[in-house]
Design a protein around this ligand. Structure first.
Ligand code: HEC
Length: 164
């Protein structure tokens, strides 16, 4: 390649490099991907934590997800406005199918911010309404209500997600 051609390529290369670096910075800074948050652990056996979680649940979640974690009626069908009702958090729902990190990020940032695309839904984000500890507590409480074999399965799902 002649010197002249190399010179012409420089701006293209630099622009490419700038785009890649910007992408990396955005990826790194976007809160849902912070490693520390993605590696959170729930503590369903710690009574002081589940007690706090129980009161957070009653105050902030029960109105939609049900006092007994039973969810709203026909939760698998979109209503006339096109929204899904609140799903149950007991073993009949699919909360326990998701790793702890997913549950934490979804509760903190809401679904759209977590998946990074538009998805109209009625689940609020609790970023400015609950502390990280309160979110961990409420999810620990939810987990503490699941039968032990489901809790063990959820441990495995979460451990696997942390290795990804
Ligand atoms: C205003 C009603 C409302 C409140 C209050 C609410 N949620 Fe939700 N939540 C929803 C709806 C609706 C969905 C389903 C959204 C969808 O998929 O379209 C949902 C979904 C979820 C999911 C995902 C479950 C899954 O299986 O994918 C989690 C986790 C969750 N909520 C946790 C919480 C927690 C924890 C609280 C309390 C701090 C809470 N929610 C308060 C309405 C609510």
């Amino acid at each position: 390649m002649s010197k002249k051609n190399k010179f012409k390529l420089m701006p293209v290369l630099l622009t490419g490099l700038a785009i890649i670096s910007l992408g990396a910075v955005i990826f790194y800074l976007s809160p849902p991907f912070k490693k520390a948050e993605a590696g959170i652990t729930l503590m369903p056996e710690d009574l002081s934590i589940t007690k706090l979680g129980n009161s957070v649940y009653t105050e902030k979640c029960a109105s939609c997800h049900g006092v007994a974690l039973e969810g709203q009626a026909n939760w698998q069908q979109r209503n006339s406005d096109g929204y899904l009702p609140a799903p149950p958090h007991d073993e009949s729902g699919h909360t326990w199918h998701h790793p702890s990190s997913y549950l934490f990020l979804m509760t903190k940032y809401g679904i759209e911010k977590m998946i990074g695309e538009k998805y109209p839904n009625n689940m609020p984000a609790y970023e400015n309404k609950l502390t990280d500890n309160e979110i961990i507590a409420v999810l620990s409480y939810i987990k503490s209500t699941w039968p032990k074999p489901i809790q063990r399965q959820h441990d495995e799902i979460s451990a696997y997600a942390n290795t990804q």
